[in-house]
Design a protein around this ligand. Structure first.
Ligand SMILES: CC/C=C\C=C\CC(=O)SCCNC(=O)CCNC(=O)[C@H](O)C(C)(C)COP(=O)(O)OP(=O)(O)OC[C@H]1O[C@@H](n2cnc3c(N)ncnc32)[C@H](O)[C@@H]1OP(=O)(O)O
Length: 302
């Protein structure tokens, strides 16, 4: 087995020597409503950071979530992201004061122009939250306390959801006179098994607590408190970050693609990608380490 692995890796080994540690660290941008930090090598944290307003999403936060996840997607120093909230809640959803200001229109604005503006605004908010799903790096969403409205949109866009025992969720939109339009109605039915439960939660806006979130598969684990949740989220993130970034990023890409396509389309999708990625040095390094029971390999930045 080792002989055939080394044949496979002849050119990959040379490439590895040339490329190893060639790329330099990129600076982490600063944000008004988010705290973005490099927690440990290759692991970043994005913290919603308006704790006095329970991390309600104002205009700046809508903009910055999109900006931050697009930047992390392109940042070779980032391999996994933990997304959490500062203070006593994950988020209380859209900032209702800020939002009512956005909805107000001047008397000169006719219906067509108002519709045009609102359509753009909705698409802009959607793009911001979709940037989490489109981020090439896995995003682990760690929810504690309230997760309301737009918070559920955010959680639905993450790859892995964990929560603390005090977490509670509500698809609150119908209670504030809205049909949810930022992704929950599109993504939640694909995240949990029961269509009836999705419909019930969206139509009644009733709270669901951590045990129910776990039981229905919305979160994969519940931890006793925020501290243990955060610790577990970072342990998971570090474990993922230690693996081949080629393998991890392609796995995320394939999982997201497969959710929205047929099995046959998805098999062709991964075959088309893997005809290139099977030639990566990461495959050789990882397979060698497994075959020789050797130490975990280091991987070049991606
Ligand atoms: C195009 C549309 C795009 C997106 C649409 C998204 C839809 C949604 O997100 S719908 C959900 C909207 N959010 C809500 O309805 C939640 C409102 N908040 C609450 O119900 C409560 O705050 C709570 C989450 C149950 C927590 O209650 P409590 O523990 O008693 O804290 P409070 O004293 O109420 O709040 C503390 C502080 O935060 C401010 N705040 C809370 N939520 C919001 C919010 N959504 N928008 C703006 N501000 C909020 C609250 O006013 C307090 O601020 P003070 O300055 O201390 O008064």
């Amino acid at each position: 087995m080792l002989k055939s692995l080394s044949r496979l890796g002849g050119s990959a080994n040379k490439m590895s020597l040339l490329k190893h540690n060639c790329s330099s660290s990129a600076a982490v941008p600063q944000y008004e409503t988010l705290a973005v930090t490099e927690h440990s090598p290759y692991v970043f944290q994005v913290e919603l950071n308006r704790p006095t307003k329970l991390n309600a999403l104002n205009q700046a936060m809508w903009r910055e979530i999109g900006e931050a996840f697009r930047a992390l997607s392109d940042n070779p120093d980032c391999r996994t992201v933990v997304l959490s909230g500062s203070g006593r809640a994950f988020t209380a959803g859209i900032d209702l004061m800020d939002f009512s200001g956005t909805l107000a229109s001047s008397e000169e604005e006719d219906i067509a122009r108002r519709c045009n503006r609102l359509h753009k605004m909705i698409r802009y908010f959607q793009d911001s939250i979709s940037a989490i799903e489109k981020c090439s790096k896995p995003v682990i969403c760690a929810v504690h306390g309230a997760c309301v409205g737009a918070g559920v949109d955010i959680a639905c866009s993450a790859d892995i959801r964990l929560c603390s025992a005090d977490a509670w969720f509500t698809i609150k939109e119908v209670d504030v006179g809205l049909a949810a339009d930022i992704g929950t109605l599109q993504r939640l039915p694909k995240a949990i098994g029961s269509r009836s439960l999705v419909n019930e939660l969206a139509l009644t806006a009733r709270k669901f607590l951590a045990p129910e979130a776990k039981e229905c598969g919305f979160v994969s684990s519940v931890f006793p408190d925020k501290e243990s949740l955060t610790k577990a989220a970072f342990e998971m993130a570090s474990g993922i970050a230690a693996k081949s970034p080629v393998a991890i990023q392609m796995t995320k890409r394939s999982l997201v693609y497969s959710r929205d396509h047929t099995v046959d389309e998805s098999l062709e999708h991964i075959a088309a990608w893997n005809q290139s990625l099977l030639q990566s040095e990461d495959l050789l390094k990882s397979a060698m380490a497994v075959a020789t029971k050797g130490p975990r390999p280091e991987f070049s930045k991606l």
